[in-house]
Design a protein around this ligand. Structure first.
Ligand SMILES: [Mn+2]
Length: 319
């Protein structure tokens, strides 16, 4: 039996169908496939931040690496917004007809790589959706916390249990219920409305009246500096002052929290002394897959990020 060290976690960001880059990262971290192909490390284990699916060409391949690791106890994971969306897309809305996540052209396009990978194999599709439901919405391991986008204590307390029950799933897909904003915030990030009349366009060309914000950043004093998104959009964000309503309190003496989700660019650095994001946009050209090699420290350090450049040719063309 292998002996895990306490507090020895390799925390890996959003993978989005890029299985070759994932394998290279696991190898760089000294995880080696065992006799049945499960990547293991003698002393450490992985925590995934979710968002295994959509975008990249190797949907099933990513799941065939990470799911056995999780089932064998070599890794754990939280749920990303893409797994949550996949569950809602697959679930009939008994009350209103249709599905909990509409099968609109926009939603189909976002989910296409995954749907294509499972088309014609309804058993495998049903099985993987059921498995997604086993992923917790957050992990609170006392000494470290893991969540896909935002550790909002109040919303976490209100939701209560990290299990996405059928009841929570249905309530969180109904905009008139409090569970909607709670799950949106923790899985998709904190948003605030722009001042009247302001709009910007996201990377898919959709108009947005809300901006996602740097909820941890006490120094951000206006919409433009609090804005979290593509740099090219920042010029469209007004520099009107915001009155601190973008902030979610996360004090420096709370356990370190790790996030994915934010499509970061440049060289990884912690967002705050005890907050780090490990999503560095592997699904787009020039992106990287990133891990943070955590050994129990309270103050996170830039030298502990491990980055693998996206393996362009394989992940783009599907060879
Ligand atoms: Mn995400």
């Amino acid at each position: 039996m292998s002996k895990f060290r306490m507090s020895a976690f390799d925390i890996i960001g959003d993978i989005h169908g890029c299985s070759h880059t994932l394998e290279k990262l696991l190898e760089r971290l000294d995880y080696i496939p065992d006799s049945v192909g499960i990547y293991r490390h003698p002393e450490r284990s992985v925590i995934f931040l979710g968002d295994f699916i959509d975008r990249g060409p190797f949907q099933k391949e990513v799941l065939s690496i990470i799911r056995p690791m999780i089932e064998a106890g070599a890794a754990r994971s939280v749920m990303g917004n893409h797994e949550y969306n996949a569950i809602a897309y697959a679930t009939a809305d008994q009350e209103n007809g249709g599905y909990l996540r509409a099968h609109s052209a926009k939603n189909q396009k976002q989910h296409k790589a995954f749907l294509d990978a499972y088309s014609g194999d309804i058993c495998a599709y049903t099985d993987v959706i059921e498995w997604f439901k086993t992923l917790p919405l957050w992990l609170d391991l006392d000494e470290v916390r893991i969540i896909h986008a935002c550790w909002d204590k109040e919303k976490i307390r209100n939701i209560g249990s990290p299990v996405l029950t059928d009841e929570l799933l249905h309530a969180s897909c109904n905009k008139s219920r409090w569970q909607y904003e709670a799950v949106e915030t923790i899985l998709k990030g904190k948003e605030i409305p722009l001042p009247d009349g302001c709009v910007f366009y996201d990377k898919d060309g959709n108009p947005r009246h809300n901006i996602r914000v740097r909820w941890w950043d006490q120094s951000a004093g206006n919409y433009s500096t609090a804005f979290l998104g593509p740099e090219s959009a920042r010029t469209h964000i007004p520099d009107d002052e915001i009155a601190g309503d973008h902030l979610i309190e996360y004090s420096h003496d709370e356990p370190p929290v790790f996030l994915g989700h934010y499509w970061m660019e440049d060289t990884p650095v912690p967002l705050a002394p005890n907050i780090a994001c490990t999503d560095y946009s592997v699904a787009k050209p020039g992106g990287r897959l990133v891990a943070y090699r955590w050994d129990g420290e309270q103050i996170l350090h830039k030298d502990k990020f491990v980055c693998i450049d996206r393996i362009e040719k394989a992940e783009v063309s599907g060879i």
